[in-house]
Design a protein around this ligand. Structure first.
Ligand SMILES: NC(=O)c1ccc[n+]([C@@H]2O[C@H](COP(=O)([O-])OP(=O)(O)OC[C@H]3O[C@@H](n4cnc5c(N)ncnc54)[C@H](O)[C@@H]3O)[C@@H](O)[C@H]2O)c1
Length: 358
């Protein structure tokens, strides 16, 4: 079992990572239950694929709420349904919420917990790669709005995160690759050792070698926990985790979220950012070419059929842009990155041209 601490003064918590942990959930959750009821929130796919985990959680004080899987459920309307369900079933301030699922379930579980009776404790039990290495750690919670993704939300930290890499056995290759983009991201901008592990073991990782997956999930949680512990509310260092995302969000926006998964768009974004860094002489070419090789071997898509100027302009629509100035995270070597304010347009376009064919 690996234990990782997120240090946030009054909001500190532990992340436990171990194979088979989901079978011990009732015992793990018990210390966080007060006299009140527990809501287990999940989606219908996770419930169907992992029914025994839910069966073990059944007892007189536990209620279950299953949402339709996917991003379309991530709305204020669903939050209202969850809160109404809790009120109708006489939940109160001593209640606990346990979110068992991917990033959508986790983000919504945390948000519902932050709202119910001005805040009840919650626990994250992430079940896919993206949620295990990224979204379950750090306390960003919320929902989408018709005008944009994740525009409504709060910072609200869980009391604990329990991660069982065995959940990953039932993940489709597409979902696995979606989460893997964030794993590569952490290796490139934060952890050379992780990058080397990925470079050396890609085949075994994609075959879902259990020991290797446990190690990778724990390492990624440690990286995210360390960044979040330094900068809970994204005032500084945490922005480094946006590597590849400013380019990626532009691609997702222009293709209306239909052509690429988030992970694929971020992979393209990491390629563009790496070439932008190379064009600014920020990163040695030997490092840049190894980064590109890892992205290609991990299944980065072919060039997007988009005009470079359109991608450039769409980057300014990102909600993290301030005062119409681009703030890009670029790699400086394998394992480290930096933020560049208002990078030269020519360098940004050089990166975009490498990933577009418009
Ligand atoms: N809070 C954060 O810091 C943060 C960070 C990154 C992303 N996010 C959010 O996360 C969301 C995307 O997360 P996601 O891709 O996990 O979405 P998701 O929760 O919709 O999960 C994707 C799919 O994986 C399925 N799934 C989950 N576990 C499974 C398992 N063990 N086996 C088989 N299928 C399984 C789900 O049913 C779903 O169909 C977005 O809304 C994004 O904004 C949040």
């Amino acid at each position: 079992m690996r234990k990782i601490q997120v240090h946030l003064k009054d909001h500190s918590y532990d992340i436990l990572v171990a194979s088979g942990l989901s079978r011990k959930l009732p015992e793990l959750i018990r210390p966080f239950r007060r006299q009140g009821k527990t809501l287990v929130l999940s989606d219908t796919t996770v419930h169907r694929l992992h029914a025994p985990v839910f069966a073990k959680l059944k007892n007189a004080d536990t209620h279950f709420f299953f949402i339709k899987p996917g991003e379309t459920s991530k709305t204020l309307k669903t939050i209202e349904q969850i809160l109404s369900f809790m009120l109708k079933n006489r939940f109160d301030r001593s209640s606990l919420l346990v979110a068992v699922g991917g990033g959508v379930v986790g983000d919504m579980g945390g948000f519902a917990a932050s709202l119910f009776m001005r805040g009840i404790p919650y626990i994250q039990v992430p079940t896919n790669l993206l949620s295990q290495v990224d979204s379950s750690v750090g306390g960003k919670t919320g929902v989408n709005h018709a005008l944009g993704k994740n525009l409504i939300g709060s910072f609200y930290q869980p009391k604990a995160v329990f991660i069982d890499p065995e959940f990953l056995k039932t993940l489709s290759n597409k979902e696995f690759q979606n989460g893997f983009a964030e794993v590569i991201k952490h290796g490139i901008i934060r952890d050379k050792k992780l990058f080397l592990v990925l470079e050396k073991n890609l085949c075994r990782i994609f075959k879902r070698d259990p020991a290797l997956l446990s190690l990778i999930v724990a390492e990624n949680c440690a990286i995210k926990a360390a960044v979040v512990s330094c900068d809970e509310k994204e005032q500084g260092l945490r922005a480094i985790l946006n590597f590849g995302h400013t380019f990626g969000h532009a691609i997702e926006t222009l293709t209306r979220y239909r052509t690429y998964s988030h992970g694929e768009a971020v992979m393209l974004g990491m390629k563009a950012a790496t070439l932008c860094a190379a064009s600014l002489n920020l990163v040695p070419l030997t490092h840049a070419s190894r980064i590109l090789a890892l992205l290609i071997q991990s299944g980065m898509p072919e060039k997007a059929q988009l005009a470079p100027a359109a991608v450039y302009n769409a980057m300014f629509l990102d909600k993290k842009v301030r005062g119409n100035k681009l703030l890009l995270v670029l790699p400086t070597a394998i394992g480290s990155g930096t933020q560049i304010n208002s990078p030269e347009k020519a360098a940004v376009l050089a990166g975009i041209r490498a990933i577009t064919d418009g």
